[in-house]
Design a protein around this ligand. Structure first.
Ligand SMILES: *Cc1c(COP(=O)(O)O)cnc(C)c1O
Length: 465
């Protein structure tokens, strides 16, 4: 399998190089040159597999340049850190199927991809005799999942910028209590947007980027999308065995369009997904797009589901490539006009195609709290606020025609305050968080200044040592 850029100037890239490249050199995002098509028989044969075997079957279709035994080992190691024997179990509650993606080390779905990506980076760097410095900004969940993905790995240093005192206490502790020498937490005196700007500026300095071998862990990396395709197949098999139903809705709490894009690829591979429900909070550019073709940026507002407080979804460009029938010139032109005007418009035919794949709904703060409260009252099951957004939209839009699988993207204990305002108490603390307050922490407070961050990275880097 070879990879190409959405903007057409990069082609014929093997999987291994696509992982190392992250963002394509022409500024686009990498996609497989073709999507493997599975027959109904192929898909049924996957139904009985345990998670790591299923992951191997799916991932190997896209990573043909990694020897099978090596890939199996990488996958085994990546999912042995999950605390549930099924890795991503499906729980049936009050008529909906909840795909629990939060049993990894940092209690959010990002572990599913970042445990794999950390091991994959280590493997590829060993093979090349190279080292890498990962630099990334986080509003909370990505940072800790990336840190847990690479902690203790000898050929990788990681630098994660978070906004000082503006992430939740649990998120901050999850990052700063990791004391491995290759992990560097930088609390910047500024906002998440400052952090993202600094990281962009650092990657824009191509001399610095190449001299320090910078690597990226955000969801522009194809390997992250790839690892997430697996659990759509997994959930489909589990629900089909229980219901005999051959067609499902999936409801996905969406921010950067990474998770739901993995579902879109699964659908294109042949998985019988009736519609993907794109659930957003008040930051609803994607929901406006699906409903009325209105893709125009607004200001980011703070919500109860902070990991979805995003206006410009980086993975949307990947979807545009398919919506435009693989016309990369049109993608490049659209991205340019979007960065100029802050909006895109679509034809009737294009919107009809969007409607064949997606439904969407915006779920506001009150509806989120109501959903957590009523779901708990009925079932005793506690939803985190991101998952609640998906449950509300999934129930409203599936109309009971076919089962709906709602992706549970975080453990409720990660967002205890929102849960408390819904049900009057905080959720039980899982073992991985028990006693975390007492642990030693390490974190550098630093100005929101690109040069200061670059100096810090350079001083701490492993390159040349
Ligand atoms: C990152 C995140 C999301 C959004 O996922 P995208 O791939 O960015 O759409 C939703 N819920 C939680 C808990 C997250 O951490």
């Amino acid at each position: 399998m070879r990879y190409m850029s959405t903007r057409g100037q990069v082609r014929g890239i093997p999987f291994k190089d696509a992982v190392m490249m992250g963002l394509a050199d022409d500024g686009g995002l990498l996609l497989p040159e073709s999507i493997p098509a599975l027959s109904p028989g192929d898909i049924e044969a996957l139904e009985k597999l345990a998670y790591p075997e299923l992951a191997f079957q799916i991932i190997s279709l896209f990573a043909s340049d990694i020897p099978s035994a090596d890939l199996k080992g990488l996958i085994e190691r990546s999912y042995s850190t999950f605390t549930h024997p099924e890795v991503t179990p499906v729980s049936h509650q009050d008529g909906v199927y909840i795909l629990e993606l939060f049993h990894g080390p940092t209690l959010a779905f990002k572990d599913v991809a970042l445990q794999f990506l950390g091991n994959l980076f280590e493997y590829l760097l060993n093979e090349r005799g190279e080292k890498m410095n990962i630099v990334g900004a986080t509003s909370g969940d990505t940072g800790s999942a990336a840190i847990y993905g690479v902690r203790g790995k000898e050929n990788i240093n990681i630098f994660i910028l978070h906004p000082h005192q503006r992430v939740s206490p649990v998120q901050e502790m999850q990052m700063t209590t990791v004391l491995d020498p290759n992990v560097h937490n930088l609390a910047i005196q500024g906002s998440f947007d400052d952090g993202q700007r600094i990281v962009k500026e650092i990657f824009g300095d191509l001399e610095f980027k190449s001299r320090l071998s910078l690597g990226a862990v955000n969801s522009i990396n194809w390997a992250r999308v790839l690892a997430q395709i697996v659990y759509y197949f997994y959930a489909w098999g589990r629900v089909r065995r229980q219901t005999g139903c051959n067609s499902l809705y999936f409801s996905v709490p969406t921010g950067n369009f990474g998770d739901i894009f993995a579902g879109y690829i699964a659908k294109r591979m042949g998985l019988p997904i009736r519609r993907l429900v794109l659930a957003t909070n008040e930051n609803n550019i994607l929901s406006r797009f699906v409903r009325n073709g209105d893709y125009s940026t607004g200001n980011v507002v703070e919500t109860l589901s902070p990991s979805m407080d995003i206006q410009v979804a980086s993975n949307f460009e990947r979807y545009l490539f398919y919506l435009y029938g693989g016309n990369s010139e049109r993608v490049a032109a659209a991205m340019e006009s979007f960065s100029r005007d802050g909006r895109l418009s679509f034809s009737k035919e294009e919107m009809a195609e969007v409607g064949n794949d997606f439904l969407s709904q915006t779920v506001d703060r009150d509806q989120t709290i109501d959903t957590i409260r009523s779901f708990h009252a009925l079932t005793g099951y506690i939803l985190d606020p991101h998952t609640a957004v998906g449950i509300k939209a999934g129930r409203d839009l599936s109309g009971g025609e076919a089962p709906v699988v709602c992706l549970a993207t975080a453990h409720p204990a990660k967002f205890g305050e929102a849960v408390r305002s819904a049900i009057g108490r905080e959720p039980e603390i899982p073992p991985s968080l028990a006693g975390i307050e007492a642990l030693e922490r390490r974190c550098e407070i630093i100005d929101a200044d690109t040069e200061a961050v670059k100096k810090y990275v350079e001083r701490k880097t492993v390159i040349g040592h």
